[in-house]
Design a protein around this ligand. Structure first.
Ligand code: PAD
Ligand code: ZN
Length: 361
């Protein structure tokens, strides 16, 4: 029997989102039906609504979620009804060339549910990042459910499902930040602050937060920034060099996705340092750099998708660190809201008033 639930749908490009009745099928082979408890509002949901990802409207938004498995389809053995899970958008296939090379965090053929959720009239929905969790229930591939300790609050745990994992992983997994490193993070929204928290967890000695908003810099200190730079007032490249003995930082994380801030990151790193781009640019953006500088500075220029995370490895570990009080996930939850407040939350996000608004269901 299909389930009729409420969900937040973006019908067409730029139109305000609205709550609609969603029809969720029972799980087929390899699938899981999840009762969503919390789902964070991420920038990517807004990108979907604006048609910035693709044109496959209508979208069922929401993808940064935690909940309880209600039912599973045939052949599912890793999760069972009653399990507390974080939903992920990297259900690795185990068979693509990245998986076969032992690098499943680059998996090129991740799994999603085979069946479609629909509107009441049968119109097929495109779930954001293959999840669609601004809904009372959602249908995913069982591999998209990562079991974690149920002692964690769903609002905090769910954030590991996207933005916080992306930032933490950009620092730890992609950037390889380690004990004693100097790290600079440009852009201190939810993703940048998570990179700061990740750098602190990894033992970085100096963590420089850069933003154009003093309120964001204040929050960044709370997550572990040792120094802050308002780049509206101060040249961030000069400031980062000054704070690192004139050299630049070992690892610079760009968490905005703009050419000018990428360029700052490029010049603010030490020789042989690492730049990690985790901010998502738009298709029109271009960057020009002297090739001799690219060569002469050595080191590496990397980009980070989903923090190069492996959900089965990283989510349970990070939830445990959270429960031990070593990772402040609650600090990312600026407010909890209802399903009917997602549109308002987009506004707050754009005005920089929140790190994360989290829908509680
Ligand atoms: P956000 O809008 O909350 O944060 C962006 C921050 O950048 C804000 O604090 C701004 O004040 C600051 N900022 C803006 N312009 C500048 C500037 N010129 N100089 C300095 N600071 C500036 O977004 P977010 O933290 O949720 O997301 C950040 C990016 O990460 C965004 O592009 C998002 O799409 C991307 C993202 N990537 C992944 C991934 O897998 N790579 C996952 C999730 C989100
Ligand atoms: Zn996201």
């Amino acid at each position: 029997m299909p389930h009729e639930v409420r969900g937040v749908v973006a019908r067409s490009k730029g139109a305000q989102v609205a709550i609609e009745t969603i029809v969720v099928p029972d799980p087929g082979p390899g699938e899981a039906l999840v009762q969503v408890q919390s789902c964070g509002v991420c920038h990517t949901d807004l990108h979907y609504r604006e048609g910035g990802i693709n044109d496959e409207f209508p979208f069922l938004l929401g993808h940064e979620a935690a909940g309880v498995v209600e039912a599973v389809g045939d052949g599912v053995t890793d999760v069972a009804p009653g399990d507390f899970v974080i939903l992920n958008w990297r259900a690795v296939c185990g068979q693509c060339r990245a998986c076969l090379r032992g690098r499943p965090w680059y998996c090129f053929a991740t799994h999603n549910a085979a069946q479609k959720m629909t509107l009441a009239d049968g119109t097929e929905l495109s779930p954001a990042l293959g999840i669609g969790a601004f809904a009372e229930k959602t249908l995913v591939h069982a591999g998209q459910c990562t079991k974690v300790n149920p002692a964690a609050s769903p609002a905090a745990a769910g954030l590991l499902g996207c933005g916080v994992m992306a930032g933490l992983g950009a620092a730890i997994n992609t950037g390889g930040v380690t004990r004693g490193d100097s790290v600079a993070v440009i852009g201190c929204g939810g993703v940048g602050d998570a990179a700061i928290a990740g750098a602190r967890l990894a033992g970085a000695a100096k963590i420089i937060a850069v933003d154009i908003d003093d309120r964001k810099l204040e929050w960044a200190r709370g997550f572990g920034a040792t120094d802050t730079v308002n780049s509206r007032e101060t040249d961030p490249v000069e400031a980062i060099r000054e704070l690192t003995g004139g050299h630049g930082a070992d690892v610079v994380v760009e968490a905005i996705g703009r050419p000018e801030t990428y360029e700052q990151a490029f010049y603010a790193r030490d020789l042989a340092g690492t730049v990690v781009l985790v901010g998502v640019p738009t298709p029109d953006m271009k960057i020009e750099l002297p090739l001799l500088e690219v060569f002469g500075r050595g080191g590496s220029l990397k980009s980070s998708w989903y923090g190069d995370c492996l959900p089965s490895r990283d989510f349970p570990m990070l939830v445990d660190l959270y429960l031990q009080g070593r990772l402040d996930l609650d600090g990312f939850v600026s407010e909890t809201i209802g399903l009917d407040e997602v549109e308002e939350a987009f506004g707050k996000m754009e005005r920089g008033e929140v790190l994360r608004s989290v829908v509680n269901l």
